[in-house]
Design a protein around this ligand. Structure first.
Ligand code: IPM
Ligand code: MN
Length: 359
């Protein structure tokens, strides 16, 4: 019997609902495989924890997770209307990304059969892009401060930090990923026309890393025109590597182009596996939908699929992807974001049935 130890964080808003869906899928995967167990330990960290204790997680939260020896972390969305977002995010998700050196945020954006894109002619060129987002520094380094509060001379500084190590390793990951997945193009997303220090450096590092992959086709796109390219010619976009903030913005756009934010998964990876990696839907906590059983659980379930791949459970990962694809293709069950009126639990049951049926 192979045991995987998972830490599960239902977190905020619709988190508990989509994480319950993911856990149900884990149970179904166990039944399918027989020789595999996912032992889950649930952590009630998040905004409710903050309301009770004044902190999103205990002071030794990261050590607890490290001691737990987890193979993966499954997290729901984080954020609550009652607490400023920078407090919730810097209290839980961002410290985990940084503290566990999850320097890659891998975000596939693929238009699946049966899901309509808002793009008029998307059908001719189904969208299939992958963002390799830098996830530990850059615009999210957390360096800066505010002085002379509320005075006319108040100053706010948010420093962008690019290190050679941090830049090189995420680019190397993008090239290795493209090679493993036989992707045709790696695009460097930049803004070196206006940002003459950090982004010119970023381009230099990209060129240097690219030189180690001479057969890989590459190109370069300024981030502003990248948004236009993703809309006008999405078929020309394949793998792209972007800084933390640019990747954040472009992946919401990409997810919307594939039909719904309710579908898009992400993997916050520590590729060296020195620390556990974190798998999470890219959508927010959607407080407007809480408790109604209407959220689309696919983004969270697809994040489980990315976890399976990272754990090396390739066959199971492929089966789960097939199940997700067949449910969407058939369109018998559609949640509200996909134009239907089915519930979170309907969608989850459909994925579990498709898994069991091997379709
Ligand atoms: C995401 C989210 C986070 C980010 C927020 C919640 C801090 O938008 O995972 O894309 O900006 O990285
Ligand atoms: Mn985001």
């Amino acid at each position: 019997m192979k045991n995987y130890h998972l830490a599960v964080f239902p977190a905020d808003g619709i988190g508990p609902e989509v994480i319950a869906a993911s856990q149900q899928v884990l149970r179904q995967l166990e039944q399918l495989h027989g020789g595999l167990r996912f032992e889950t330990r649930e952590f009630g960290w998040g905004s409710a924890h903050y309301e009770h204790t004044g902190a999103m997680m205990p002071a030794d939260g990261l050590q607890q997770l490290e001691r737990g020896g987890f193979d993966g972390l499954l997290m729901g969305p984080v954020g609550s209307p009652a607490i400023p977002d920078h407090v919730t995010l810097w209290g839980l998700l961002l410290p985990i990304r940084q503290g566990f050196d999850q320097y890659v945020n891998l975000r596939p954006m693929r238009q699946l059969d049966g899901v309509a894109s808002p793009l008029r002619n998307a059908g001719q060129h189904p969208i299939d892009m992958v963002c390799v987002r830098e996830n530990s520094e850059g615009e999210y380094a957390g360096v800066g401060g505010r002085v002379h509060r509320s005075q006319p001379q108040e100053v706010a500084v948010q420093s962008i930090v690019f290190t050679r190590t941090g830049t090189e390793r995420v680019m190397r990951f993008a090239f290795d990923y493209a090679r493993q997945q036989s992707r045709r193009l790696v695009t460097n997303v930049t803004k070196s026309n206006s940002m003459q220090h950090n982004m010119v450096f970023w381009d230099d590092v990209f060129r240097a890393v690219a030189a180690d992959y001479p057969t890989q086709a590459t190109d370069q796109q300024l981030v502003d025109s990248m948004t236009a390219r993703m809309v006008s010619q999405p078929e020309t976009v394949d793998v792209f590597v972007a800084s933390n903030l640019f990747g954040d913005i472009l992946t919401d756009l990409g997810a919307a182009l594939t039909g719904s934010l309710g579908l898009a998964p992400s993997a916050n990876l520590n590729p060296e596996r020195r620390y556990p990696s974190l798998f999470q839907a890219i959508h927010g906590s959607a407080f407007g939908l809480v408790g109604q059983n209407v959220a689309n659980p696919i983004a969270s379930i697809w994040s489980v699929q990315m976890m399976l791949e990272f754990l090396g459970e390739t066959e199971l990962a492929a089966r789960l992807m097939q199940a997700i694809e067949s449910v969407l293709r058939e369109q018998r069950v559609r949640t509200r974001d996909l134009g239907g009126s089915h519930s979170t639990t309907d969608m989850t049951a459909a994925v579990c049935q498709a898994l069991a049926a091997g379709s």
